[in-house]
Design a protein around this ligand. Structure first.
Ligand SMILES: [Zn+2]
Ligand SMILES: [Zn+2]
Length: 131
């Protein structure tokens, strides 16, 4: 990271590298990934109307923490995946579909199955009664 001062402020340029940890939203494994974000920001001591995007500093002390925080947050995926084509866990047997192919049928929630039956019966009786 290089700092270059100009009249009234400092240019911060460089590359910010970090490692983040997350949990795959489909299969739950821990995901660890390196990320590198380009930095090109401005710190100004007395921000003017044109400095909305700039960071500020006081007493010649440059606080890089907010910049780092913001850049890393912006770069983080909202819902990480261990890999783009992760197949997730089987909702029936809980097996990792990336590793094993189970023969589970498409999950049918027993509660919905009951409802389906009820609706079918209701429909039938109402049709019959409409004579
Ligand atoms: Zn995954
Ligand atoms: Zn299964």
């Amino acid at each position: 990271m290089t700092l270059q001062s100009f009249s009234g402020g400092v240019h911060v340029r460089g590359q910010l590298s970090t490692t983040w940890h997350g949990v795959c939203r489909r299969c739950g494994v821990v995901v660890r990934e390196e990320t590198s974000v380009p930095v090109k920001e401005r710190y100004v001591e007395h921000p003017g109307p044109e400095d909305e995007e700039a960071y500020t500093f006081e007493h010649d002390i440059l606080d890089l923490a907010p910049l780092v925080h913001e850049l890393i947050l912006l770069d983080l995926p909202l819902a990480p995946l261990c890999r783009p084509d992760c197949r997730g866990l089987c909702p029936v047997c809980g097996g990792d579909r990336n590793e094993t192919d189970c023969d589970c049928a498409a999950p049918l929630d027993p509660r919905w199955a009951t409802l389906d039956g009820l609706f079918a019966d209701d429909l039938k009786s109402s049709l019959e009664g409409e004579d």
